[in-house]
Design a protein around this ligand. Structure first.
Ligand SMILES: [Zn+2]
Length: 393
């Protein structure tokens, strides 16, 4: 199976390119014909972060002729633990500029096209339609469903990868030949149930492993060799160092690729998933009356107001930094320790960035607490705005 039509005669490799790709050319499965396929192929990478880093580097090195990159983010210090396409000198720079520069340094014979935008229902079809293979290197649900649906509508293969802590998944969703992401997950998980990497953490090497597997699948699809991961979900557990495989079946009732699809155009995926479409740490969606800024909290503490600060992070995060006088009550233990809190007190909840503490606030509100505030931006914002001696993480 191949996703490309016949390679036109006009594609030629220069002597420099032949030398560069010699380790490919001496394998009969690739050979000159395969290298020409790679040269005339185009792959779109959605995201130039953890997964996009090995993808961009290896697809460029392999000689994929045109590589598109979609991103809108800038390089942050906390990215460098895993996003190896960017360097320390790139902090603050656009990820697209940084990734493109690095890829063209790896291989000046490829073309890198950049789209500095959030992928949305409005622009996705236009951007995706110009590419043979789409690789999803984002790790949030709205974009994942958006990429899936757009690929089904356009008849394109979607090389999927996802990562969390020490575990990852890879598959190829290609509705012409097998199931799509929605066949596997018709509905997104309830908002807040699956923490992001920013909240839950990720082993820096993990996106390297998963992104490299995605790159391998993209190359196989272009060359039309081997067994693609269509209809199979590969599960990877780094701690056990084990791969497992789950067979996937096409769901005839799938809302997008089934026999009677109900999704025939792109929808509002943020609404569908109930969460914003970015991987970055996001603040809570609480109404502002339930929030307090670090500056406000500082002013009130300085005035001597009695405020109980409850830190809902984990003990290993407390060790990194904590607010003087705060009480540690990890979110998971809040329900059983709630009797330690007095609903007559003014309570300010905080976590790292404000997401978990918003959940804690909803919980406490649900059982009758009213004098609650969520510290906007969490301890990271507190460190930036009030106490610069504290590290952010
Ligand atoms: Zn489907």
């Amino acid at each position: 199976m191949t996703v490309l039509e016949k390679t036109p005669e006009t594609v030629v490799l220069s002597n420099e390119e032949i030398r560069r790709y010699s380790r490919h050319l001496i394998m009969p499965e690739v050979a000159l014909a395969g290298q020409k396929k790679l040269k005339r192929a185009s792959v779109l990478l959605v995201g130039t972060g953890g997964l996009g880093s090995p993808l961009g580097l290896y697809l460029a090195a392999a000689g994929v002729g045109r590589i598109g990159l979609v991103d809108y983010d800038v390089v942050d210090e906390t990215n460098l633990q895993r996003q190896v396409i960017h360097g320390t000198k790139d902090i603050g720079r656009s990820k697209l500029a940084s990734a493109k520069e690095r890829m063209l340094d790896v291989n000046p014979y490829v073309q890198v096209d950049t789209y500095e935008t959030v992928l949305t229902s409005e622009n996705a079809l236009d951007i995706l339609k110009g590419y043979d293979v789409i690789v999803d290197g984002t790790d949030n649900f709205p974009t994942r469903y958006l990429v899936n649906d757009a690929c089904v509508l356009l008849g394109k293969p979607n090389v999927y990868g996802s990562i969390f802590r020490f575990e990852g998944q890879v598959s190829v969703f290609y509705a012409k030949e097998g199931p799509c992401y929605r066949c596997l997950f018709p509905q997104p998980p309830p908002p807040g149930l699956v923490p992001s990497c920013a909240e839950g953490g990720v082993l820096g090497i993990l996106p390297g492993t998963i992104g490299t597997l995605q790159a391998t699948e993209a190359i196989k699809l272009i060359l039309g060799i081997g067994e693609p991961l269509i209809g199979r979900l590969l599960l990877y557990d780094a701690l056990q160092m084990r791969f497992e495989e789950v067979k996937l079946r096409k769901n005839p009732k799938c809302p997008v690729c089934g026999e009677q699809p109900t999704v025939t155009a792109l929808i509002d995926y943020e609404q569908f998933c109930g969460v914003p479409a970015h991987d970055r740490e996001n603040g809570s969606k609480l109404a502002s009356e339930w929030e307090i800024t670090p500056q406000e909290l500082k002013t009130r503490l300085d005035r001597g107001e009695r405020i109980v600060i409850v830190d809902v992070r984990e003990p290993h995060e407390w060790d990194i930094a904590h607010i003087e006088g705060a009480r540690l009550m990890p979110l998971g233990s809040l329900a059983e320790r709630v009797h330690e809190l007095d609903s007559a007190d003014e309570i300010v909840l905080h976590c790292k960035t404000g997401v978990r503490s918003a959940r804690a606030l909803e919980f406490l509100r649900g059982i009758g607490f009213r004098k609650l505030k969520n510290l906007k931006g969490g301890i990271n914002a507190w460190a930036r705005e009030v106490d610069p001696r504290l590290p952010t993480y």
